[in-house]
Design a protein around this ligand. Structure first.
Ligand code: GLA
Length: 390
């Protein structure tokens, strides 16, 4: 009996130590309960950024209505800093392109009701090699970011010391926790060490892939890789197949609809990557489709998956809150229409169930409830997006 009691005490003590240890280790910042939404400078502007452009982008986020549609983070990517640290070892905004300093820029962004994001690398230099990275300076840099009012850090993976990502990225988790500010942590190690498998509690999102470019094949490559990790995503930690290219001009309207739909159902971060100061109407309409955004931001937070494939024709599906399902029918082929059939049993609904069917992009709800299956023609490089309510 005494032995049993002692054993029990030991178990409780062990559980307590483990729990408090995990508590210290993990990010647990309460951020990213739904995938993050915002804008980032890289996909369109690369290193050609300056404070005027970023301020105008902040203005545009608000004046276009994108901010009220949910795009709250304004994130500057690589190339915002001076080539070297200052003599005290601090990062500084680039004196010629950000002469007013990053704090002033963050203040401006906040004055617009937006949140401000910045970029660094878990290496000695950032990927552009135009500024220092944070390796060995994690605490100092996290404190600097906090003092500037930074709300979001994208943390890249160039000029490393060769140590594993699993070692380098959690150091920044700790530094952000100790910084005195709640900062969203977007890990960008390109899927090298399959961060989906260890990223939960380390970051709020993790890149699962290499860089996207503004092409149909690149976009599909990234979402296919990302799909394999669906089970690891959820509120507080999301798979990131890289930022949006919608509006950058390399794909057709239908292809961008596919891109945005796949990102939305995959609970991917919706980080716009085009020029908002010269945003075209077609891109604006895609990016602000409230029903598609609502699928991405659904409170259940479950990533849809590819559930069926027949050559170029695919069915992607996943659950939403209130017992709903989202279904995307995709024709990846470039030549002709394709006929896709999916049955309720492909997506976890009993065939007998009569569902209310909503075609999201057509903004059309079928009058009659439907049972068993649906068969639809899908144009080349196009999709149809449905929400089913049993
Ligand atoms: C890496 C990242 C990109 C971008 C560039 C900046 O390639 O994956 O998203 O941040 O660096 O140099």
């Amino acid at each position: 009996m005494v032995k049993k009691k002692q054993g029990l005490r030991f178990v409780i003590l062990f559980a307590y130590i483990t729990a408090s240890w995990i508590g210290v280790e993990s990010l647990k910042n309460g951020l990213g309960l739904t995938p993050q939404m915002g804008w980032n400078s890289w996909n369109h502007f690369g290193c050609n950024i300056n404070e005027k452009l970023i301020k105008q982008t902040a203005d545009a986020l608000v004046s276009t209505g994108l901010a009220s549609a949910g795009y709250k983070y304004l994130n500057i990517d690589d190339c915002w800093g001076n080539y070297y640290r200052d003599k005290w070892g601090y990062l500084r905004g680039n004196e010629s392109t950000f002469p007013s300093g990053i704090k002033a820029l963050a203040d401006y962004v906040h004055s617009k009701g937006l949140k401000f994001g910045i970029y660094s690398s878990a290496g000695t230099r950032t990927c552009s090699n135009r500024m220092p990275g944070s390796l060995g300076y994690e605490r100092k840099d996290a404190k600097t970011f906090a003092s500037w009012g930074v709300d979001y850090l994208k943390y890249d993976n160039c000029y490393t010391d060769g140590s594993p990502e699993k070692t380098r990225f959690p150091i920044m988790t700790q530094a952000l926790r100790a910084s005195g500010r709640n900062i969203f942590y977007s890990m960008c190690e390109w899927g090298n060490q399959e961060p989906a498998k260890w990223g939960s509690g380390v970051g709020n999102s993790w890149r699962t892939t290499g860089d996207i470019n503004d092409q149909w094949s690149s976009m599909l490559r990234n979402i296919d890789i990302n799909d394999a990790y669906a089970n690891y995503a959820g509120p507080g930690g999301w798979n990131d197949p890289d930022m949006l290219e919608v509006g950058n001009g390399g794909m057709t309207y239908n292809e961008y609809v596919v891109h945005f739909s796949l990102w939305a159902i995959s609970k991917a971060p919706l980080i716009i990557g085009c020029d908002l100061i010269n945003l075209n109407k077609a891109a604006f309409d895609i990016l602000t489709n409230r029903e598609v955004i609502a699928i991405n931001q659904d409170s259940l937070g479950v990533q849809a998956k590819k559930v069926k494939k027949n050559g170029d024709l695919e069915v992607w599906a996943g659950p939403l809150s209130q017992g709903k399902k989202v279904v995307l029918l995709l024709n990846r082929g470039s030549a002709r229409y394709g006929l896709i059939t999916f049955g309720w049993n492909d997506i976890g609904i009993s065939p007998k169930t009569a569902v209310v069917l909503r075609d999201v992009w057509k903004r059309f709800t079928y009058k009659k409830r439907i049972r068993r299956k649906l068969t639809v023609w899908i144009a080349a490089h196009s999709c149809r997006l449905f929400v089913l309510q049993p």
